[in-house]
Design a binder for this molecule. Structure first.
Ligand code: BGC
Length: 772
């Protein structure tokens, strides 16, 4: 099979120049009461003691030379694909010499078998290779980008997507995915917001657990499970100014309260590996941070898996100005707690000497090697190194019809209806001619977004146009004109406008498929403008002038600034990059076969000047008075309201939901007691639908200031037309904990506000007290 390119530039190395987060975690099954949903967090069975494994590994390690041990600590890319600067040739020779223990960017039963054969037949100790890969939102069958999936707020669907991804990937020889990315992201300029679960700590933590469970199942010994990786540890999402790889400078409190909890949740759910981040924290590059990798992850959280670096991030410690040379960088990394070097070849080239010089303890090397060999053992690779490389299974598994159907289902669940003036959607039965216009209307490559590593961009993805044509009732015409371009360089052009406008004029309704090229989000894809790139905005305005109803289907991997569209366009649907079955899923929503139920996992700013903007900000000493919003000397802008265009948690439906007043079973609770908040939600509109009922609280006074709102629970419920349901959430002091003034983790007595509602900006309100 030919190399697969993900359009990453190949550059040379020379050009690179505690929440509960802090309580120690017993590594066994736990359960926690969240809202009224009993969430069981199972640390996977891999953590169980296994004396036979211990004997096997002790014996094996007693035979290993230092070079062979260092080989196990080295991971290199194959030449199939590149996800960063390519810097080392000849990986096959390295395999044969036992110089590498793991490979990434190689898959298929055949190819992994071939490489595995080199390891188990040609090396002295016959230690099998571990194959890693970026299986981020699907392997062959591509699901919506992770941020889109997160907009479903449907933990079962998200877990299922991860399960299917693992099933497909493992059938193609992959043992280990570099996912989930659990970085909290609050700056839409940062391209990598598309890879995670958005801005919120609670939602992000629940999604982290769901994804780990999906990938790893409940037994790593099963041949359809893969190791998960919680990445990028830690605080990568706080890159200054949203510029990728940029400096992170946040307080210890923010680290603990915001950035660490999803990692802690992933560790508790049994994530087998952690990947370091490219950024520094408190002046120390994450790959050299003993604080993060050892004090927090191993000691406080009790993590027993292994830590891999991000791509050449040990090498980059030199450019950071933290290490004088690669050898020193390697010493700092392993001594900080890194177990495996991804693509940097720093351990491979320098570690033996560092050990000889006494700069690195042999015990530290042994500890790293042991955790890596344990994972290989738990995956069953010592029993049968080829068990994941099975052609028959591969054939029977990839693109299974039920996987494609699941991808379609998750895609429509992920879509967020942002505006629907005059019920412009679903499309009326009397719309006999539909104009589908825009650079994303018939673009297969864009449907699957970035980090769809093994995803087919050329033939499989169903475009919006194809989906519309397949679904349109007999007698309805679906016309198409590309009309505009999303290329930055085409901003001043208008060559496609005439054709698009002519089509629009003779159609009953216009679907404008606009947004970003798939490579404008993801790694190394930061933007200082969040507007529609190219000449799309100009075409959208021209389309609006025709007076025909216009539906904007936004395809992108981030919140865009679409205030003009919000003011002028009839309906707006955010479809993210919806994956292989995307076009069908969009048609399902536009024609009303599926009633949209997604809610935003990130705040949509009105303009870039508001960024960073997220719902759980602080009140400040001079908040706006809603009755006098233009007063001077309060915390506001002169030219833009403080409020976002669309708040976190927001999303419309084709039906409408009413909320009764909220009732509490008691006005106050003591530590250890549980408060129950109940609300009756009624489907008041014309059709069946789903609602994400959200619970927020505010701690009014703390030993340190507290956010104006924090999500503490949610439930996605299905209500038939006219149906009512009472939704109950439970809260205890544990849910109200944070990093207090003395840096201890816990709640504080006092008064709290509570809201239950359809978004972070609406809801029915109550108050309660937490007593001493
Ligand atoms: C990314 C990681 C990814 C790795 C391997 C890096 O550039 O930051 O998220 O897992 O490459 O492809």
């Amino acid at each position: 099979m030919p190399p697969i390119s993900r359009n990453f530039a190949t550059i040379t190395l020379a050009s690179l120049m505690l929440t509960g987060a802090f309580s120690a975690i017993p590594a066994q099954a736990k359960s926690a009461q969240r809202g009224d949903t009993q969430v069981t967090v199972d640390a996977s069975r891999w953590e169980a003691a296994d004396p036979a494994m211990d004997r096997f590994i002790t014996d094996l390690m007693s035979k290993m030379t230092l070079e062979e041990k260092i080989g196990q600590m080295s991971l290199l890319t194959s030449d199939w694909d590149s996800t960063g600067p390519t810097m080392r040739e000849g990986y096959q020779d390295d395999i044969r010499k036992g110089r590498i223990g793991s490979i990434f960017n190689a898959f298929s039963a055949n190819y992994t078998r071939e490489l595995q054969r080199m390891a188990v037949e040609e090396t002295r100790l016959k230690i099998p290779l571990l194959f890693g890969y970026d299986v981020i939102h699907g392997h062959r069958t591509i699901f919506p980008i992770s941020l889109g999936e997160s907009a479903s707020w449907d933990l079962k669907a998200i877990e299922k997507a991860a399960r299917i991804s693992a099933t497909e990937a493992s059938a193609e020889g992959i043992h280990w995915t570099f996912s989930p990315m659990v970085d909290i992201s609050r700056d839409p300029r940062w391209g990598r917001v598309s890879e995670g679960a958005g801005e919120d700590v609670y939602l992000g933590s629940r999604i982290a657990e769901a994804r780990v469970r999906g990938y790893q199942g409940d037994d790593l010994g099963r041949v359809d499970t893969v190791l998960a990786t919680a990445k990028h540890f830690a605080a990568y999402g706080a890159a200054q100014a949203g510029r990728d790889y940029h400096t992170v400078d946040i307080s210890e409190r923010t680290l603990r309260d915001v950035y660490l909890p999803p990692f802690k949740a992933a560790a508790d759910a049994g994530a087998a590996t952690f990947m370091t981040a490219f950024n520094e924290y408190d002046g120390v590059p994450a790959s050299g941070s003993r604080y993060l990798l050892t004090d927090v992850l191993r000691h406080k959280w009790g993590f027993k898996g292994f830590v891999v670096t991000d791509y050449t991030s040990i090498n980059e410690m030199v450019a950071h100005g933290y290490s004088r040379n690669l050898k020193e960088a390697g010493e700092q990394a392993i001594n900080a707690g890194v177990d495996m070097d991804l693509q940097g070849a720093v351990f491979m080239e320098n570690l033996a000497q560092s050990v000889a010089e006494g700069k690195v303890d042999m015990q530290r090397v042994d500890a790293a090697v042991k955790t890596i060999l344990e994972m290989k053992y738990r995956l069953g690779l010592f029993e049968d190194p080829y068990r994941y490389s099975d052609e028959a299974r591969e054939k029977a598994t990839v693109y299974r019809a039920d996987f494609l159907e699941a991808a379609r289902d998750v895609a429509r669940k992920s879509m967020v209806l942002l505006k629907n003036e005059g019920n412009a959607l679903p499309l009326a039965a009397n719309a006999r001619s539909i104009a589908v216009i825009g650079p994303l209307a018939d673009s297969k490559e864009d449907m699957i977004g970035s980090w769809a590593a093994a995803g087919d961009r050329k033939t499989r993805p169903v475009t919006l146009l194809e989906g519309m044509k397949a679904r349109a009732p007999k007698g309805t015409t679906v016309g198409y004109a590309k009309g505009a371009s999303y290329d930055f360089a085409d901003a001043d052009k208008n060559d496609g406008f005439a054709e698009a406008l002519a089509l629009a004029e003779k159609s009953d309704v216009i679907i404008a498929a606009m947004g970003e090229h798939w490579n404008m989000t993801g790694e190394a894809a930061s933007r200082t403008s969040l507007d529609l790139p190219g000449n799309q905005q100009a075409l959208l305005e021209a389309l609006e002038k025709t007076g025909k109803p216009v539906i904007l289907v936004l395809l992108s991997g981030r919140p865009n600034t679409i205030e003009w569209a919000d003011q002028h366009i009839d309906a707006i649907l955010h479809a993210w990059y919806p994956g292989t079955m995307g076009g069908h899923a969009i048609a399902d929503v536009l024609f009303g076969d599926y009633n949209p139920s997604g809610k935003l996992p990130m705040t949509f700013p009105r303009n870039v000047g508001q960024v960073p903007i997220h719902y759980d900000m602080k009140n400040t000493g001079r908040p706006i008075n809603p009755n006098d919003p233009n007063a001077k000397y309060v915390s506001r802008y002169l030219n833009t309201p403080n409020s976002p265009l669309y708040p976190f948690g927001y999303g419309l439906s084709y039906t409408s939901f009413g909320y009764s007043p909220v009732t509490l079973d008691k006005p106050r609770i003591a530590p250890g007691e549980t408060l129950t908040a109940s609300v009756t939600v009624t489907n008041k509109g014309p059709r069946d639908g789903e609602e994400v009922v959200q619970l927020y609280v505010r701690d009014l006074v703390g030993s340190v200031t507290r956010p104006v709102k924090e999500l503490k629970g949610f439930q996605k419920i299905h209500l038939k037309k006219g149906e009512s349901r009472t939704v109950r959430f439970q809260l205890s002091d544990a849910d109200l904990a944070f990093t207090r003034a003395d840096m201890s983790w816990g709640s504080e007595p006092g008064a709290f506000k509570l809201w239950v509602g359809p978004s972070s900006a609406a809801g029915v309100e109550a108050e309660f007290e937490l007593t001493e």
